[in-house]
Design a protein around this ligand. Structure first.
Ligand SMILES: NC(=O)c1ccc[n+]([C@@H]2O[C@H](COP(=O)([O-])OP(=O)(O)OC[C@H]3O[C@@H](n4cnc5c(N)ncnc54)[C@H](OP(=O)(O)O)[C@@H]3O)[C@@H](O)[C@H]2O)c1
Length: 290
C-alpha cells in the first residue's frame, strides 16, 4: 500500500461541525463503512449520507481518482474522516490487502456496501467467455470475497452490516443483459445465504434494489436510446419520476443503521412503486442474430 492510501483527508482539514443531530438517531456515528464505487452516482450519495450520520466512509474506486478525491473532500466538509483506495474488483488479492490495511490502519470495517457494478449491453450471441467472466468477477465474485474478508471482524465485534446493491432487471430479466441479470440475481441469493449464516452474530446482510435512478451513466454505449428510454419509463413509474441517488442512499443508511437490527436477508426496493417490467430493446434484432 502506498503511504497516501487510506489517509486522503487529514483530521486538520476537517470541519468541527460534528454529526447532524437528526442523523444521530441512526445510532452508527463513529463506525466505518467501505463503499465500492463510492466515487460517483449512488455510491457517492451513500458515502455522503453516511458522513451526515457520523460514519467514516472509505471509497473504493477503479478509474476515476479525481471523482474519489472530490467525494473525500465533500465528506471532510461534513466533519467526518474519509479515505480512498484504488482497486479492480476482479483482483481478489488486492481486495483482501485493502481490507487488511483498513483493519490495521483505520480500525476495521463495520459496514460494507457492495455498490459497484458493470452492465455491458450485449446480444446473447455476442457475449464472450471473457465478457461473461468479467461481469461475474466484478458484480458477484468481488462482493463475496469482500464479505469473506470483513466478516471475521464483524462477527468478533458482534455487530456488522452488509448491503448489496441489486437491480430490478434481476427479477424479470432484460434483453441484452444475460450476464448482468444473472449476476444481480446471484447477488440476491448470496445475500440470503450469508444472512442466515451470520444472523446470530449481530451481522445483517440485505439487498437494496434501486429502480430507475437519475444518474450519469459512465458508459453511454451500454445504454442505447437512454433519453427516450427514460421518458418511456417515467410513464410506467407510479411516482412519474426517476429516483434520486440520495433516495437510494437514505434506504441504505436505514439498512446500515441500528434501526434495522432485526432486518436481514431482505430485498428492499426503492423504485417509486414501479415493479420490474420486461422491456424490449429499442432496436429489435432478427432470429438470424442468434
Ligand atoms: N443507476 C441506476 O438507475 C441503477 C438502477 C438499478 C440498480 N443500480 C445498481 O446500483 C449500483 C450503483 O449504480 P450507479 O449507476 O450509481 O453506478 P455507476 O455510475 O455505473 O458506477 C459504477 C461504479 O463502479 C466502479 N467500478 C466499475 N468497475 C469496477 C471495477 N472493475 N473495479 C472497481 N470498481 C469498479 C466505478 O468506478 P470508476 O468510476 O472509478 O471506474 C464506479 O464507481 C450498481 O450496482 C447498479 O447495478 C443502479
Amino acid at each position: 500500500m502506498s503511504a497516501s492510501e487510506g489517509k486522503s483527508v487529514s483530521a486538520s482539514e476537517r470541519k468541527s461541525t460534528g454529526v447532524n443531530e437528526k442523523m444521530s438517531a441512526f445510532g452508527i456515528a463513529g463506525k466505518r463503512a467501505l463503499v465500492t464505487g463510492g466515487n460517483r452516482n449512488i455510491g457517492r450519495a451513500i458515502a455522503l449520507a453516511f458522513a451526515e450520520a457520523g460514519v467514516a466512509p472509505v471509497i473504493l474506486f477503479h478509474q476515476d481518482e479525481a471523482a474519489a478525491r472530490k467525494v473525500c473532500a465533500e465528506v471532510a466538509g461534513k466533519g467526518v474522516e474519509a479515505a480512498m483506495y484504488q482497486a479492480d474488483l476482479a483482483d481478489v488479492e488486492r481486495l483482501r490487502a485493502i481490507v487488511r490495511d483498513i483493519d490495521n490502519r483505520l480500525g476495521g470495517i463495520d459496514i460494507l456496501v457492495n455498490n459497484a457494478a458493470i452492465r455491458p449491453n450485449s446480444k446473447i450471441s455476442e457475449i464472450t467467455v471473457e465478457e461473461w467472466d468479467g461481469v461475474f468477477a466484478t458484480n458477484l465474485r468481488a462482493p463475496f470475497f469482500l464479505c469473506q474478508a470483513v466478516l471475521p471482524n464483524m462477527v468478533k465485534k458482534g455487530w456488522g452490516r452488509i448491503v448489496n446493491l441489486g437491480g430490478t432487471d434481476g427479477y424479470l430479466g432484460k434483453p441484452r443483459r444475460a450476464h448482468g441479470v444473472s449476476a444481480k440475481l446471484g447477488l440476491a441469493g448470496l445475500t440470503r445465504a450469508l444472512a442466515v449464516e451470520v444472523a446470530r452474530f449481530g451481522v445483517t446482510v440485505n439487498t437494496l434494489v434501486p429502480g430507475t435512478i437519475d444518474t450519469v451513466r459512465p458508459h453511454p454505449e451500454w445504454y442505447p436510446g437512454l433519453d427516450t428510454g427514460f421518458a418511456e419509463r417515467k410513464e410506467r413509474i407510479p411516482m412519474v419520476r426517476l429516483g434520486a441517488p440520495r433516495e437510494v442512499a437514505d434506504a441504505c443508511l436505514f439498512l446500515a443503521s441500528n434501526l434495522a437490527g432485526y432486518t436481514t436477508a431482505q430485498e428492499l426496493f426503492v423504485n417509486g412503486g414501479a415493479y420490474p417490467l420486461v422491456r424490449q430493446p429499442l432496436e429489435e434484432y432478427e432470429a438470424a442474430d442468434f
